[in-house]
Design a protein. Structure first.
Length: 280
């Protein structure tokens, strides 16, 4: 989820008016559903009991709980990685309209997240707990910063392309999807993967850390770093020395708050349409 869009999508110029309307409505609904799942994620991790949470549900023996919980994270990881691959997209868009491909990816992500929320097996033994209000609010504030970094990083590149709205809107207007170019706006000049940085802060900054929460955070962390390994391999393949230089100058996940010795100009590109990254 950084600087690469592996799709070379353009809406089908022959789509009927009803198909264009359906694609637009579908894209908007998938976008809204993702935001529901994102808010639910925050409530899930913070054990807010208005929805199923990480510490609610049916208790099981630890072996069964770990197997179920890791399986749910694995399901999310497989969906997120397989559907982001170019070979899958080429086959998938023979079945669904190309302008709806990204929205379908988003919808599948929502389905996997909600499955995790609904079927998570609680493991409520506490690893740490902070009860003092000052500590609780400080940790929640750090967590909020993580979520803001995540959201801000999507807008720094192309938020609406990420969630499939640009593709659906372009198809509705019978226009090609704007080309996306490699570039490194603001936060991408201090960290290569700010989206993952935001997620890591969000899932680990918890006033109460149960074993179940730790399993979720550990498994998601492991998945993200495995996904980044393959994503960066794709980025080097696509952008060559430009990305290699960028990778040498800018850290992967832990931000560098001071300029690199070689300076940022080597990896900046002209500010054209912006670039979105693939989920992996």
């Amino acid at each position: 989820m950084t600087h690469l869009d592996l799709e070379d999508a353009s809406p089908a110029a022959t789509m009927s008016t009803s198909a264009r309307w359906a694609t637009l409505v579908y894209g908007v609904l998938c976008y809204l559903l993702f935001h529901v799942s994102f808010v639910w994620l925050v409530l899930f991790l913070n054990d807010v009991p208005i929805v199923p949470t990480i510490n609610s549900g049916t208790s099981r023996p630890w072996a069964a709980a770990i197997a179920i919980n890791l399986g749910l994270v694995l399901l999310f990881g497989l969906q997120h990685s397989v559907m982001a691959r170019r070979s899958f997209k080429q086959a998938w868009t023979k079945i669904i309209p190309e302008p709806a491909e990204r929205a379908t990816f988003v919808l599948a992500t929502v389905a996997c997240l909600i499955a995790a929320y609904l079927f998570w097996s609680p493991m409520t033994t506490e690893i740490w707990r902070f009860d003092r209000p000052a500590a609780v609010y400080t940790i929640l504030g750090i967590q909020a910063v993580g979520w803001l970094i995540l959201v801000g990083a999507t807008f720094a590149l192309n938020h609406f392309h990420l969630f499939g709205l640009t593709q659906a809107w372009s198809a509705f207007r019978s226009r090609p999807v704007p080309d996306l170019e490699f570039r490194t706006p603001w936060i991408y000049r201090v960290v290569r993967h700010p989206i993952q940085l935001g997620i890591l802060i969000g899932i680990w900054a918890a006033p109460v850390m149960t074993v179940g929460h730790c399993v979720f955070a550990t498994a998601m962390t492991a998945y993200m770093f495995v996904g980044l390994f393959f994503e960066e391999r794709d980025l080097v393949r696509r952008f060559g020395q430009r990305y290699v230089t960028y990778r040498q100058n800018v850290p992967k996940v832990i931000p560098r708050l001071w300029p690199s010795a070689s300076g940022p100009k080597q990896h900046n590109a002209p500010p054209k349409q912006g670039v979105w990254s693939e989920g992996s």
